[in-house]
Design a protein around this ligand. Structure first.
Ligand code: SPV
Ligand code: MG
Length: 454
């Protein structure tokens, strides 16, 4: 990740400054995703006091506390370094200003006075202490009311995204964050919850990073078993509803991928729709849901045949960012982690962009064993876990085993079923709906949930 000097004017400014030898350096940390008058104002204020050194937050610095920015670091760098008055842009790799303030030892740091309250309060105190120690000053300027990034983010979310931006965002998340947190969506409404729900934590806002389009929940929500009976066209109809009202990346459950000759079309269709990744599982014959384990016949596909399916998909894709992930069903079929690992090697060699290992064991021992062995051989290849049965492990623990992506594969549908059942039962018992009202979302909320209804 480079740094840049904005323009010929800035180069001249830097040289003149260097010649003067005394001009102050003023540090300004920015996300730089959405440029608005508040940002121009703070740059103007900084410029009055010295040469403006921007610490541009990297994707990973941002996702530790907020959602992934719309623009990549390189795009944000291009925009911010072109702003008049910006002298130099350096990456700020951490959410905290402290490491860069120590590294660059500016004469001052400038910040909006909004950090006196809220999540940045402790950071503000640390910055004051460090600047005092380093002999610099902290400049606080009145926060520009009415034009803040949060409001612009909300507006952009309402506009939506493009297939291209959405598709590429999963790779960006993988570069920026471990683990990436994915939740199942089977409808526009469940997608909306995943898109919007955020909770405040000590580390910043926490939300889901993207969505899993599950064959199980797509099938069950249509009253069908999870045996590839719901065809791709039908699954894409559901997906379109999710695409309509969300912007986050989508990982598509591609079941077995079907025949290689068909899978190549699936890949292109998913890419065209802005899906980031497809996961296909190495099973043969009639596919049954993995969570049945060995209660049903789980036939593993011959390795060369499945490897060729992956290679065919990789040859077919148009973008370089689309990911084809191989899902190993060895543990589901009662095989060993060694067998799974041998398959992982073959599928990575065939071009798989990631490996998903699945198990229905509650202990997590088999998954952990696989993760350790896999990470011993492949430090970087994304590793995907689906902790449906071994749900007691936290994301932090799974990440410490080596997980890159964690998928909550069916929880939105499983949550909705008992909720509906309770309400239906209550109405039957009481022969009226009053008792069920408290179990339901208020009418006012449901009519106002989706803007534009009035
Ligand atoms: C799905 O969600 O459809 C999956 C994961 O494939 S599992 O149901 O655990 O097999
Ligand atoms: Mg499935």
């Amino acid at each position: 990740m480079g740094e840049t000097v904005s323009s010929a004017r800035a180069v001249a400014g830097a040289v003149a400054g260097a010649m003067a030898g005394k001009e102050k350096i003023i540090y300004l940390g920015l996300r730089g995703d959405i440029v608005h008058p508040g940002i121009i104002n703070i740059i103007r204020e900084a410029e009055k006091r010295g040469r403006v050194l921007i610490g541009l937050l990297t994707d990973s610095a941002i996702v530790s506390h907020k959602r992934l920015p719309y623009l990549t670091y390189e795009q944000r760098l291009e925009v911010i370094s072109s702003i008049k008055g910006v002298d130099r842009v350096v990456p700020q790799e951490e959410w905290s200003y402290i490491p860069n303030l120590k590294k660059y030892r500016p004469d001052g740091i400038i910040h909006g006075d909004d950090w006196r309250s809220g999540v940045l309060r402790a950071e503000r105190e640390a910055v004051f202490a460090l600047m005092k120690e380093q002999g610099g000053e902290v400049i606080e300027i009145p926060y520009t009311q009415g034009v803040n990034s949060a409001a612009f983010h909300e507006a952009i979310r309402a506009i939506g995204t493009t297939p291209d931006i959405r598709l590429k965002s999963l790779r960006r998340l993988l570069d920026a964050k471990r683990p990436v947190r994915i939740m199942e969506a089977h409808s526009g409404l469940s997608g909306l919850i995943i898109e919007k729900l955020e909770i405040e934590t000590e580390e910043g806002l926490r939300g889901f990073d993207g969505m899993w389009s599950s064959s199980l929940t797509d099938s069950v929500s249509k009253g069908k078993p999870d045996i590839e009976a719901v065809d791709l066209t039908t699954r894409l109809q559901d997906l379109t509803n999710i695409l309509e009202c969300t912007t986050k990346p989508i990982i598509f459950d591609g079941d077995t991928g079907g025949k290689s000759e068909h899978f190549v079309f699936t890949v292109r269709t998913l890419e065209r729709n802005g899906v980031s990744a497809v996961i296909i599982e190495d099973k043969a014959g009639l596919k049954k849901n993995s969570l049945f384990g060995t209660e049903v016949n789980q036939n593993l596909a011959p390795v060369p045949e499945f490897a060729e399916k992956i290679s065919a998909g990789k040859r077919a894709q148009i973008t370089k960012e689309f990911m084809i992930i191989a899902r190993l069903e060895s543990l589901i079929a009662g095989e060993t982690t060694a067998e799974a690992l041998a398959r992982a090697r073959a599928f990575v060699a065939a071009g798989a962009d990631g490996i998903m290992i699945h198990s229905k064991e509650k202990s997590g021992d088999d998954i952990r064993d696989f993760c350790e062995k896999f990470r011993g051989e492949y430090a970087e290849i994304p590793l995907i876990l689906v902790p449906t049965t071994y749900s007691r492990f936290t994301e932090r623990e799974l990440a410490s085993w080596g997980a890159s992506i964690i998928i909550y594969a069916n929880h939105m549908l499983r949550a909705s079923y008992p909720a509906m059942l309770n309400v239906a039962r209550s109405i039957l018992e009481h022969e009226r709906a009053m008792e069920a009202d408290k179990l339901c979302m208020p009418i006012k909320e449901i009519i106002e949930l989706i803007p534009g209804g009035k």
